[in-house]
Design a protein around this ligand. Structure first.
Ligand code: IFM
Length: 453
């Protein structure tokens, strides 16, 4: 294990992340069109507390104050997403000037505060108009995404260097199109595989478009990756673990690195007749998806311990994931060494590829005490363990270039509504008052020192 007092490289980037639908609110402001998340939130029972992102943290109106908070914490970079339906209310066609202006102002504010803007183009808020045409199951959405990328890159590329096409395509594909627990709420094996393909294809189409608009761009994609291990040494558990890894991790990593979809997974899907029609994969697609990138963003929260599936009716025959250890409020095990293992594995199997941890954090409900202080020690311990894991990965030779905490502030946690709080900063949703938690103050000190205390 690394010596915790050791410093990180001097050019290591320390940041925090958010996403548009989770914090902006203002869903009807200034010509924004509806997104699939506005629609999904209206489905009875879709969101556990019945809420939606209509107001969220009202960041759209409080952006200057929020950038001020970032500056107080000493953030060097801020990873945020652009809401596609703010920029192109119909998904394609006429640009909504005021929507794009918001991000222009945000970028200028960040730069004035010496905070590097890191843009993610898609963090799940697809324009509803595109969903009406089939959404990610349809190839035309991938083509529309490349046009949208061009519009944003041409406007902001003179000031923004770091561009991420997608955040966590596994979630958009599997949670949104197979399990139906995220927008657009589809439960279909065909939609699962087709949407995943078109998400990756859209990434590959957008990379050269961004490079053309932004000559010094650093372009990448962010994946949520989960290191998996078998619950026992039985052949069934080891096989289920291989399948989980193929389903969750390799299905995205392999094609991005020019290896196509993993053969073992294709063989499994074909043997199971998981889907019958593969014609959405067209000649040349895999080359497009493999467009060279400058970095990979890794989002890490927990590991999976896999037991071969015992629930026959489980969707996709997905293996049962057995939780061990102390969970966060999401029920996710706290397992910092999984981050080290994951970074080393990605480097070993897919490198050379500069890596950034683009999300890492924990949901804990800890709120203000009688004095208004938020003593969220569990979150601090979580962050400390994971930053130490980054340090250990660096010592092992992993080209890790930065770390972004998830999330800057409490926000709309998708199907969990506002019940799960991931923020470094507490948000009182009734008053919209922001209060840095103890973990935020601790993280401020880490950034100032360039490493752990
Ligand atoms: O809040 C989400 C985020 O939008 C994507 N990554 C995981 C986070 C926690 O669930």
């Amino acid at each position: 294990m690394a010596d915790p007092s050791e410093r990180f490289p001097s050019d290591f980037v320390w940041g925090a992340a958010t996403s548009s639908y989770q914090i902006e609110g203002a869903v009807d402001a200034d010509g924004r069109g509806p997104s699939i998340w506005d629609d999904f939130c209206k489905v009875p029972g879709a969101i556990s507390d019945g809420s939606d992102g209509a107001v969220a943290c009202d960041h759209y109106h409080r952006m200057p104050e929020d950038v001020g908070l970032m500056a107080e914490l000493g953030l060097q970079a801020y990873r945020f997403s652009v809401a596609w339906p703010r920029v192109l209310p119909q998904g394609r066609g006429p640009v909504n000037g005021p929507g794009l202006d918001f991000y222009d102002r945000l970028v200028d504010r960040l730069l004035a505060a010496d905070i590097a803007p890191w843009i993610t183009l898609y963090h799940w808020d697809l324009p509803s108009a595109l969903q009406a045409e089939g959404g990610w199951v349809s190839r035309s959405t991938a083509e529309a995404f490349a046009d949208y990328a061009r519009v944003v890159a041409e406007r902001l590329g003179d000031r923004v260097r770091h561009w991420t096409t997608h955040n966590e395509p596994w979630c958009a594909s599997a949670l949104g199109h197979l399990e139906g627990v995220h927008a657009p709420g589809i439960k279909s094996q065909h939609a699962h595989v087709a949407s995943g393909h078109h998400l990756l294809l859209s990434h590959g189409l957008a990379v050269p478009v961004i490079r053309a608009a932004v000559p010094d761009a650093r372009v990448g994609i962010t994946l949520n990756l989960v290191p998996a291990e078998p619950a026992s040494s039985s052949e069934a558990d080891r096989d289920a673990t291989e399948r989980f890894d193929g389903w969750f991790n390799r299905w995205y990593l392999d094609p991005l690195r020019g290896r196509g979809y993993p053969n073992d997974m294709l063989a499994r899907y074909r043997a199971e007749r998981y889907i019958d029609d593969w014609s959405f994969i067209r000649p040349g697609d895999m080359e497009t998806i493999a467009a060279p990138t400058d970095f990979l963003g890794v989002n890490y929260y927990t590991r999976a311990i896999i037991r071969s599936h015992t629930v026959p009716e489980a969707l996709n025959g997905a293996p049962t994931v057995v939780a061990e250890g102390t969970p966060t409020d999401m029920g996710w095990e706290v397992y910092p060494d999984g981050l080290r293992q994951l970074l080393e594995r990605v480097h070993r199997d897919y490198g050379p590829w500069p890596l950034y941890v683009t999300e890492n954090g924990a949901a804990y409900a800890t709120g203000p005490d009688a004095d208004g202080r938020i003593a969220d020690h569990a979150r601090t311990a979580y962050l400390e363990g994971h930053i130490a894991a980054c340090q250990a990965a660096l010592r092992a030779g992993v080209p890790l270039k930065g770390y972004f905490a998830w999330s800057l502030m409490d926000n709309f946690e998708w199907a969990h509504g506002y019940e799960k709080r991931f923020g470094l900063v507490w948000v009182d949703y009734a008053t919209q008052q922001r209060t840095p938690k103890d973990s935020a103050l601790w993280y401020r000190d880490v950034i100032a020192r360039g490493g752990l205390p």
